[in-house]
Design a protein around this ligand. Structure first.
Ligand SMILES: CC(C)(COP(=O)(O)OP(=O)(O)OC[C@H]1O[C@@H](n2cnc3c(N)ncnc32)[C@H](O)[C@@H]1OP(=O)(O)O)[C@@H](O)C(=O)NCCC(=O)NCCS
Length: 157
């Protein structure tokens, strides 16, 4: 009789501060989950990531399943001219890890870092059709305030 193969155990998901060694995986996951051909995702780039990592009170975290990137969040102090607001700008969970509470853990970690750095509020913007992101933010204490609609006037050919 052959011995049954032990089922593989899912590695525990661990949150860590984002480091330069995570950058390639973070960029690649962003390209998988954002449609970078449309606003507000057109600005997804290495410099967008680096701006938060280099920013005052960087609040950038990764969620790791062993050595695999399961998710990330990018935030830092300052939003428009408000230096006392924190900005949680980018967040993603890898599709195979979605629905497990990873993004909620990342939001909490990012907000805790920003609050500790003195943020009087944390601001994030959510594209109007992104119901998953809106549900994530609402369930973590964010309330919808002002909406901004991008109007586009196309040039005649
Ligand atoms: C939005 C996103 C980050 C959520 O990640 P996730 O790890 O699956 O989220 P969680 O499992 O932590 O869920 C958090 C909450 O959001 C809700 N939620 C998540 N996905 C949802 C969906 N598709 N529809 C409705 N609610 C959803 C969950 O039910 C949960 O609510 P609860 O706390 O009341 O139970 C993920 O869908 C994603 O990466 N999307 C693509 C990238 C993106 O659009 N990022 C946001 C813009 S930068």
């Amino acid at each position: 009789m052959t011995s049954p193969t032990a089922p593989e155990r899912e590695p525990e998901i661990v949150l860590e501060p984002m480091r330069a060694t995570h950058l390639a995986d973070v960029l690649a996951l962003g390209r998988r989950v954002y449609d970078t051909s449309v606003k507000p995702y057109t600005s997804w780039s290495l410099s967008a990531v680096a701006r938060h990592m280099d920013g005052e009170a960087s609040a950038c975290w990764v969620a790791l399943a062993g050595d695999r990137l399961a998710g990330y969040v990018l935030g830092s102090m300052g939003f428009d001219q408000r230096t006392d607001w924190g900005n949680l700008e980018w967040i993603a969970s890898a599709p195979e890890y979605q629905g497990k509470g990873i993004a909620s853990r990342l939001v909490k970690a990012c907000c805790a870092t920003l609050t500790e750095a003195g943020a009087s509020a944390v601001v994030t913007d959510v594209e109007s059709r992104n119901t998953a992101s809106a549900a994530l933010m609402r369930s973590n204490g964010f309330e919808a305030t002002v909406s901004v609609t991008l109007f586009v006037r196309r040039s005649e050919p």
